[in-house]
Design a protein. Structure first.
Length: 204
């Protein structure tokens, strides 16, 4: 999730608006307002409340993960990618995503390429790449099924964590990945990340 604080604020707005709508509908005299309109407003309020609560909780967890990474808690590695290397990785990532058997990269890449480059921070339970936060703890219905350091010759090297989301009764399981570039000179740090997540993988 990118900008989790912003999403948390938006979700809380939906939560409050939904709760107010429900309270208002329940207080309205039934003989004054059309019953169909009342039901519609009540359903809208319930949906807004549920949506707001779920997204606010998820965004809050993302905010906590981001704060922990910034504070250096359980950080495995961090490095800086300059703008030219970041541009090269974006091109490579696009190419990799087009492969027939490719796992889609969960990393949200913004259109703008910062002139100062981007920061990569990877911890034991979350990663942040250019402001995008991805939780990696297996407590959150996630399995890490593989971890590789890919050397790409003259192109950018990258780490790929293979992710499996089991899904549920109404949600299909899906296989994705988190793929991010490795800075020159950060190979040992990248190997530490791969060793940690490769040793803790729970399935195939």
């Amino acid at each position: 999730m990118r900008n989790p604080r912003r999403w948390r604020n938006i979700a809380l707005t939906f939560l409050v608006a939904g709760a107010i709508t429900i309270a208002a509908v329940l207080r309205l005299p039934k003989d004054v307002v059309d019953e169909t309109l009342l039901v519609f407003c009540l359903l809208a309020g319930v949906m807004a409340t549920l949506f707001g609560a779920l997204v606010a909780l998820d965004a809050h967890m993302q905010v906590r993960s981001e704060a922990a990474l910034r504070a250096g808690k359980d950080v495995l590695a961090r490095w800086h990618i300059d703008s030219s290397a970041w541009r090269a990785f974006i091109a490579l990532n696009t190419e990799l995503n087009r492969a027939a058997d490719a796992r889609p990269n969960e990393l949200s890449i913004r259109a703008e390429i910062p002139a100062q480059g981007i920061e990569v921070i990877v911890g034991k339970s979350a990663a942040q790449i250019d402001g995008y936060v991805c939780r990696l703890s297996t407590r959150f219905a996630l399995e890490i099924t593989g971890a590789q350091l890919k050397e790409n010759g003259a192109g950018p090297s990258y780490v790929q964590l293979d992710l499996y989301h089991p899904g549920g009764k109404h949600v299909d399981a899906k296989r994705t990945c988190l793929r991010f570039p490795v800075a020159p000179g950060a190979q040992r740090d990248a190997e530490r990340i791969v060793a940690f997540f490769g040793g803790n993988q729970r399935g195939n």
